[in-house]
Design a protein around this ligand. Structure first.
Ligand code: IPE
Ligand code: IPE
Ligand code: MG
Length: 255
């Protein structure tokens, strides 16, 4: 069984990262577009794979920091549905790193009570990798600690298409009245259905675009852009992003 979270950002009883100074609730769910691995490597005259390897180290650091800061959920954009456009050798390198990451880090995640989740159409990946991912999700499913959600073969438009197909199938089966399709129904059909609402979306490397990431979920997320290249991102950088979040006034359309 997967854990469910209260949906409203103002729900009581949830564990919040300290929103010190502002009096507003701290962030529960932070997502990161981990960008800049290639440029990090280029600056050092290294091959792109070296940047991706250093990027995995940053994932380890930041996952630890997120746990220590008491975040409920950290979602990491690891491979987009558009990243297949890259040379086959780079795609293979990224898949190899992912496989190695699951093998090397699952024990630590599990020991720390982390629940591993995946968003995106990961079942389209290599069957052996899909098996490993399903095993990792199942092994950590009953943990009570934070969720680390990895976005794999993820594209927000693809996620919304799959959600529409799920709802359409239920309508065709006579289970769902089209008039009953509201934002909650769509939210419930997305890959993120049982994750807390997205509070803060970070992108590294100076790019200021969403690149098809969490378009629905970002409707009222705070956005934070930093020039730091992903392999250089660390606990301090995450703390600075959260401090910026805590200074903001979220109005959700109200006053
Ligand atoms: C992010 O780094 C990692 C992935 C998209 C897999 P990039 O590989 O996009 O690095 P840059 O943008 O070329 O520097
Ligand atoms: C977004 O980065 C995808 C991931 C971080 C996995 P990209 O490097 O693929 O994005 P664009 O191509 O610069 O928009
Ligand atoms: Mg990039």
């Amino acid at each position: 069984m997967q854990a469910s979270f209260p949906k409203a950002a103002t729900d009581q009883g949830a564990r919040h990262v300290d929103g010190s100074g502002s009096g507003s609730p701290g962030a529960r769910h932070v997502a990161i577009i981990m960008d800049g691995n290639g440029r990090w490597a280029k600056k050092r005259l290294l091959p792109r794979i070296a940047g991706h390897r250093a990027g995995v180290e940053a994932v380890r650091r930041v996952a630890r920091a997120a746990r220590e800061l008491g975040l409920e959920c950290l979602t990491l954009y690891a491979f987009s549905s558009e990243n297949w456009k890259r040379p086959a050798s780079e795609v293979a390198d990224l898949m190899g790193l992912l496989r190695h990451f699951i093998q090397a880090d699952l024990d630590e995640f599990h020991a720390n009570g982390v629940r591993l989740r995946v968003i995106g159409d990961y079942r389209a990946l290599d069957p052996a990798l899909v098996g490993m991912i399903d095993g990792a999700i199942a092994r950590t499913a009953e943990n009570s600690g934070p969720v680390i959600a990895i976005a794999l073969n993820y594209g927000a438009q693809d996620e919304m298409v799959r959600a529409a197909q799920r709802l359409a199938r239920r309508v065709a089966d006579g289970e769902l009245d089209p008039a009953a399709i509201d934002p909650a129904a769509i939210e419930g059909a997305l890959d993120t259905a049982d994750l807390p609402p997205l509070d803060l979306l970070i992108r590294t490397s100076g790019e200021q675009r969403l690149s098809n990431f969490m378009l629905w979920q970002a409707a009222y997320a705070e956005l934070y852009f930093t020039d730091i290249l992903w392999p250089d991102f660390d606990a301090d950088a995450l703390a600075r992003a959260l401090a910026s979040f805590n200074r903001r006034d979220r109005r959700f359309g109200g006053l």
